[in-house]
Design a protein around this ligand. Sequence first.
Ligand code: SAJ
Length: 403
Amino acid sequence: MINVIGLGYIGLPTALMLAKSGNEVVGTDYNKELVATLNAGEVTFKEEGLPELFAAAKNAGIRFSDEYQKTDIYIVSVPTPYNEGNKKVDAKYVEAAVSSVLDVCPEGAIVVIESTISPGTIDKHIRPLVKEAGKEIKLVHAPERIIPGNMVYELEHNSRTIGADDKEAGERIKSIYSTFCKGDIVITDIRTAEMTKVVENTFRDINIAFANELAKICRSDGMDVYEIIRIANKHPRVNILQPGPGVGGHCISVDPWFLVGDYPGIANIINTARKINDSMPEFVLERVSNIMDELGLTDVSKVGIYGLTYKENVDDMRESPTLQMLKAMKKHLCGNLVKIYDPYITKDVVPGQYHDLDKFLGDVDFVVIMVGHNEIKENLDKLQGKVVLDTRKICDLPGTYYL
Ligand code: SAJ
């Protein structure tokens, strides 16, 4: 039996996929409410294909509990936030999960850590716990790689990294992941696996920062960044990403900081990229302010922000550019004035929030598109007659402003 610990964005789909693929699985989470919701037959977040996967896993006998199970395989998938002060990984949830596993597991159990951690975390934070418990267990690091919005597909098709101390444990975990993963499964050591994961997200962060810096350069000198990127990308070895209002999500905006925190003075391009991406929400604010000046607009309460999530068609708001922008606005004492709407956020989480697109658009003259949800792409005609600042380049109405 496999005990999956932590039933969030990664743990839940992983547990479901394992169960659907013929493994006996118990999913454990210390959040009793979440466990009750799952036991009542409901999924806990929106994701393409997740309800179907959930139904298949239920049929296959998956169980959910708030208790750690006694078994020989654990997969730990709990959050790893970073400490805002020193930019280092905060491994407290992983440590707590591993300690609880150590309380119940038999000798020889394999504990797989899927959570993203910075290189050296297992050596520094996890091995001492195992030593202290005096139990012989085998540690494996198999960092997840799936992208919100396409998780179910990517779980099956992406290739994976398995870092293990012990070849046998690595092979055992590979055989379990092979029950659902059609991609290559590479076995390596733990530190390499830790580093590879962080490097993947850092690569993307740096590339997005390059696109964002180009957007700023082009804005400062009256050039069309989108046209320039489109043409440059026709070169066979050039593939520039898209500028945007900033980088959110729990991974790309967080992981590079681990390297900056651990390698100060060496991780320079990484540090700069992070700063560029973090500067984008304020850059959007500056654009709003300049456009208002240009048009002689003064009423901030007529400005509407479309989108609260960190990217399109997901319900995840973690580190989202809109939240970063609202934080910056608070500094200028105007955070509560704007109106905000996101079809994926049904609860009230910020002041001035709307829950109906038409009502929202009826109350604003100036719309800032922060997220390119399909909903707005399908309703662009409703923006006619409004001032639009489109940070995602999805709206082609005449007169639209861009980054
Ligand atoms: N973004 C841009 N311009 C782009 C691409 C993205 O501004 O051209 C923004 C998005 O709007 C978003 C942020 O960057 O705010 C990140 O979005 P994303 O879709 O690039 O990635 P995530 O954070 O959803 O998922 C990433 C993935 N990592 C990589 O692509 C290297 C995923 O595979 C990882 O599993 C995930 O991080 C993770 O958990 O580590």
